[in-house]
Design a protein around this ligand. Structure first.
Ligand code: P53
Length: 478
């Protein structure tokens, strides 16, 4: 029987702002995540102008990993994690984003964290910006609208890549850089680019500019990183939501292709180092004046990524048929986004589609011929603590099992080169989309509710022992 590669990185993933807390400790500055209030299922998070005393900001304390990481890493070790994906919070290192000097206390925190992981044989996998941009860079420059912020990011990356060059091998630049793609969702343009819009601005054009600025920054960092340590593996990080045509109508195929191109723009530039024709033509047709120099085009070419990191949670569906319902999207004439009648959805409406993971692994493998890394996948759900303290999250096991079966098919049957699998929110954390604690992904439960009450005590869910066995058997026993 074919087996998963010996060095396959079974792991778990989180992000600094969703786990650490300690939002104003040891010299840390305010980040974009620190001004996001708690929303709820169906209610958007608010982005406030600075920090307002009457509001609740769930990321300020999060699960207090900042002070509890040692005990949490002991649980990760017991679980058997070979890799742990987190991010460096930019504002611990450069509190304002454009400070002259880096903040030594912030650098020391990540030294200690990485040492602790390595001492427990856990490989750190590090994102440089996971929705954590210094708030000051929004105030001073309007976020990634500005070319100035490219230099701030490159300087920050250079400092941390130098500092941790013997501790961290796997890096990613911008988390889910394509979330912002259509420019329409405030939370996404804020967290990807630190951009808020004025009335009447052309959002699409501005987001193309900001996205390109990030791609240039990323490429410069990839080049620099390889100079700092040629062993570095530096990837991009995409949110892949494969979009299917609803029917075999040729227009539905084109609609699905066009919706995907808007997202592929980002990984195309990351992987191929060039702005694709379909985007250059769109800019010309719409009269967009996107600012880039020859020097920047050269930078793109010189900083292509080593691997494609991506999240996978769900798939989507589009149609041009007019009698199926759904809501209109701009990517192709008369196209509408609708739910897929062949798959079920989570309580938050995320469509559950394990086969979609195998599908997208194949598509991306064919498109780029690069190693792939699933750095997020998981099931956000309400968990119930039983009277005896146990948590029987069989639904989470079912979700993860079904997805691991499909990733195994992609590797063992389809020949996809996959570096690892780090399921999201290995320990319960603050939800990004809603700011809730009770949208839980973890195999480790954290006693805290949506209002911020709870002891923060950690306990193992049923999925803990299950995942332990998956890792132990290198994916054989599901
Ligand atoms: P929450 C959309 C589609 C796929 C992944 O999300 C997404 C999003 C944004 O909502 O985000 C990623 O916590 C993101 C994580 C986030 C995770 O998915 O809203 O990288 O920071 O927590 C899950 O359920």
């Amino acid at each position: 029987m074919k087996q998963m590669p010996e060095n396959f990185l079974w792991g778990g993933a989180v992000a600094a702002h969703q786990i650490e807390g300690g939002w104003n400790e040891d010299g840390k500055g305010i980040s974009t995540a620190d001004v996001m209030t708690a929303g709820s299922n169906g209610v958007a998070r608010e982005i406030t102008d600075g920090i307002l005393s009457e509001k609740y900001y769930p990321n300020h304390e999060a699960i207090d990993f900042y002070h509890r990481y040692k005990e949490d890493i002991q649980l990760f070790k017991e679980l058997g994690l070979k890799a742990f994906r987190t991010s460096i919070n930019w504002t611990r290192i450069f509190p304002n984003g454009n400070d002259e000097e880096a903040n030594e206390a912030g650098l020391q925190f990540y030294d200690d964290l990485f040492d602790e992981l390595l001492a427990n044989d856990i490989e750190p996998v590090i994102t440089l910006s996971h929705f954590e941009i210094p708030y000051n860079l929004y105030k001073e420059f309007g976020g990634f609208r500005s070319k100035e912020v490219i230099d701030c990011f490159v300087k920050y990356a250079e400092v941390v890549m130098n500092r941790y060059k013997n501790k961290v091998k796997y890096w990613m630049t911008f988390n889910e850089i394509n979330n912002q793609a259509d420019g329409q969702h405030e939370l996404h343009t804020w967290t990807n680019s630190a951009i808020l819009f004025e009335e009447g601005e052309n959002r699409e054009e501005i987001i193309y500019q900001a996205g390109l600025n990030e791609l240039i920054a990323s490429a410069k960092v990839v080049k620099l990183g390889h100079q700092i340590n040629p062993e570095f593996q530096i990837g991009c990080m995409m949110a892949y939501v494969p979009v299917y045509p609803y029917s075999s109508n040729p227009d539905d195929q084109m609609a699905a292709l066009k919706v995907m191109q808007r997202r592929y723009f980002y990984s195309d530039v990351h992987a191929k180092g060039e702005i694709p024709n379909y985007v250059l033509n769109e800019w010309a047709d719409k009269g967009y004046e996107i600012d880039y120099s020859d020097e920047e085009l050269k930078a793109l070419k010189g900083g292509t990524v080593d691997y494609i990191g991506f999240s996978y949670y769900m798939s989507g569906t589009v149609t041009t048929l007019q009698d199926k319902g759904g809501y209109e999207i701009p990517d192709y004439k008369n196209s509408k986004w609708l739910s897929n009648p062949f798959v079920k959805a989570s309580d938050w409406g995320w469509q559950i589609d394990p086969v979609g993971l195998r599908y997208i692994l194949n598509v991306i493998h064919e498109r780029y011929d690069l190693p792939l890394f699933i750095v997020e996948n998981g099931f956000g759900a309400y968990d119930k603590v039983e009277a005896d303290g146990s948590i029987n999250d069989q639904y989470r096991i079912d979700y993860l099992k079904a997805h691991i079966e499909q990733l195994k098919a992609a590797v063992l049957e389809d020949g996809v080169n996959l570096l690892g699998y780090t399921p999201w929110g290995i320990i319960d954390i603050v939800s990004f989309g809603t700011g809730e604690m009770e949208k839980r992904y973890g195999m480790i439960y954290v006693d805290k509710d949506n209002q911020g009450n709870g002891t923060l005590k950690r306990s193992k869910k049923k999925s803990f022992a299950w995942y332990q066995q998956v890792i132990n058997s290198n994916g054989e026993e599901l």
